[in-house]
Design a binder for this molecule. Structure first.
Ligand SMILES: Cc1cc2nc3c(=O)[nH]c(=O)nc-3n(C[C@H](O)[C@H](O)[C@H](O)COP(=O)(O)OP(=O)(O)OC[C@H]3O[C@@H](n4cnc5c(N)ncnc54)[C@H](O)[C@@H]3O)c2cc1C
Length: 382
């Protein structure tokens, strides 16, 4: 088995790592204070092509393999999650539907401007009464001549306040369907913008549709097939979120090592106390195991497998593992770990909490894993 990365992969990973460590991390406190990503950070991400990660080269994107995208997301995970979320919602769940199911006309209209970062995308699935149980969504789309008329309400939609358009899921006569709605369309408006525990800089908000009329040609894929588009979009997203969790866990561990070497108690460095050295070893073992799950899953996706159980396993294990590792790191920092806006570990803790909740919570992942196991998908053959 060969785990070697190509020179190109290594260069990609190192470039994004340098961007995160030298451009984004130095301004993390400013991002927290303003709840806004500095334009210089967004511009640098655009220069690096990060807004076109998932978009094919013919539409101006980087056209990366899934393994390469995972490398990028692992590095983004080392930085402020508002930035990671801004980029990954746009390039992931914001793009996949158009990439895989969009018409030629939709691809030509949206993808080049999304790849350059000129147009920001978002993904509107969750509703006040339909989160984990997204299939119960109540937003409606009725056909009226050569238009669709959308009515309903979405909630917690990342990037929406800054977005040019949303891929929205609504119940049409033939079932749940996906539609592209430009945010300047009459009848569409942004509702409440929420203040969140972490993820500063990437706003989440409500979307309100009141007799919002869009051209019939804005239906993405076939009418009634929208839920498949949503599931497909979320499935690759899970692997990317797992990669981001690995990056954050690695960063938390490095902060713990730095503090554990320099801080002394009872006449020796913290890490000279065996109990704390053991804790560090556990952080490392968990993070390494998580990383292996991510890259095996990414590799399987590159081979054309849907990796359904594997991506849920990665999301569940990496999300829970990150939470434990950040908590261990805070424990290593003692009181310093609990100080707001001064030590990065506290920000990582706030950012990391949500990974167990969104894109399919840890409970939902366990339900999916158990369902697959009961259908006979009990072992990964690769
Ligand atoms: C920062 C952030 C960004 C988001 N971005 C987006 C976005 O861009 N687009 C979008 O569409 N949505 C987005 N969401 C919504 C997110 O996907 C939902 O919050 C998530 O799916 C959970 O839904 P819910 O909040 O309604 O919780 P609920 O579904 O009400 O669940 C509440 C709790 O009950 C548990 N639970 C539910 N059912 C079961 C069960 N059968 N068995 C065991 N436990 C169960 C859940 O795991 C959870 O812990 C975002 C949310 C956040 C916080």
């Amino acid at each position: 088995m060969d785990f070697t990365l190509s020179d190109e992969d290594r260069q990609l990973r190192d470039t994004v790592r340098e961007f995160v460590e030298e451009v984004a991390n130095p301004v993390w406190q400013q991002i927290e204070k303003d709840d806004r990503l500095p334009q210089a950070v967004i511009d640098r991400a655009k220069e690096l092509g990060l807004f076109g990660l998932t978009i094919p080269p013919e539409y101006g994107g980087l056209g990366l393999s899934v393994v390469q995208k995972a490398l990028v997301h692992e590095m983004l995970g080392r930085g402020p999650w508002g930035l990671a979320s801004y980029v990954s919602v746009h390039t992931g769940i914001g793009c996949t539907g158009i990439n895989l199911f969009g018409s030629k006309e939709q691809k030509e209209r949206y993808l080049p401007k999304m790849a350059s970062g000129e147009w920001l995308g978002c993904f509107g699935l969750t509703e006040p009464g339909a989160g984990s149980d997204a299939g119960n969504l109540q937003t409606r789309a009725e056909r009226d001549g050569d238009q669709w008329v959308i009515n309903g309400h979405k909630i917690f939609i990342t990037n929406a306040p800054y977005a040019h358009h949303v891929l929205v899921f609504a119940r049409a006569p033939k079932g749940i369907s996906a539609f592209l709605v430009d945010t300047d369309t009459k009848g569409f408006q942004i509702g409440q913008v929420f203040d969140t525990l972490g993820h500063k800089g990437s706003a989440i908000s409500e979307l309100v549709f009141e007799d919002c009329r869009i051209p019939a040609s804005n239906l993405v894929g076939e009418e009634g097939k929208g839920f498949d588009i949503a599931k497909r979009s979320l499935s690759e997203g899970r692997t990317m979120l797992s990669a981001r969790s690995v990056g954050a866990a690695q960063k938390a561990m490095e902060l713990a090592i730095e503090h554990g070497e320099s801080r002394h108690t009872f006449g020796k460095a913290l890490l000279d106390h065996q109990a704390l050295a053991f804790r560090l070893a556990q952080m490392s073992a968990r993070t390494e195991a998580s990383r292996m799950l991510v890259y095996r899953c990414a590799w399987m996706l590159d081979q054309g497998s849907q990796a359904i159980r594997e991506s849920s396993t990665a999301k569940f294990f990496c999300g829970e593992g990150l939470w434990q590792t950040v908590d261990d790191a805070i424990q290593m920092l003692g009181g310093y770990g609990y100080i707001s806006h001064e030590y990065m570990i506290e920000r990582i803790w706030r950012d990391a909490r949500v990974v167990r909740v969104y894109d399919g919570s840890s409970e939902v992942q366990q339900i999916l894993i158990a369902q697959r196991l009961r259908k006979g998908d009990v072992e990964t053959h690769w």
